[in-house]
Design a protein around this ligand. Structure first.
Ligand SMILES: [Cu+2]
Length: 155
């Protein structure tokens, strides 16, 4: 457990991740104390999946809201393939050396961060209902070059 935390810490030098880890550890303890919830994160008291990986920033003070890290590099969008429904803030980090953006489309919404410069971070908050969404980079023809993926939002 401790070694896992250290690995993530070295890999991602962001203070936000430390906060996320602390929150996840807290959640894990809470979940452990409240008997066994089912494994797929559908706990009645929270739509935060405490078994999630480090993409999730589970802030216990804002239940029903989550922060999701999105990394852009090369012609790839790296992010969790599925999320729980609710208010989601995408924290989009451009780790590449080209301008990128972030757009999410589906279930009647279409929201975007038009541009994120190299090395920059931008945030986009949306309310997501269960369903399948298309996520892509709206810059130039990056979408066709591979910067697109599906995001599944579940109950
Ligand atoms: Cu792009």
């Amino acid at each position: 457990m401790v070694s896992d935390v250290e690995t993530v810490e070295k890999g991602v030098l962001k203070s936000g991740v430390m906060v996320a880890l602390a929150a996840l550890l807290t959640l894990a303890l809470v979940a452990g104390a409240c008997s066994q919830q089912d494994e797929d994160g559908r706990a009645a008291t929270s739509d935060i999946n405490s078994g999630a990986d480090h993409y999730f920033d589970a802030d216990a003070s804002t239940l029903g809201e989550i922060e999701v890290e999105v990394r852009l590099h090369g012609r790839e969008i790296e992010m969790a393939p599925s999320l729980p429904q609710g208010r989601v803030t995408f924290v989009v980090v451009n780790e590449g050396d080209a301008e990128h953006g972030f757009e999410i489309e589906g279930r009647g919404i279409e929201e975007e961060i038009e541009s994120v410069g190299p090395g920059e971070t931008a945030e986009l908050t949306v309310h997501l209902e269960p369903g399948t969404y298309s996520v892509y980079c709206p810059v130039s023809d990056h979408e066709e070059e591979g910067m697109r993926r599906w995001l599944k939002v579940v109950h």
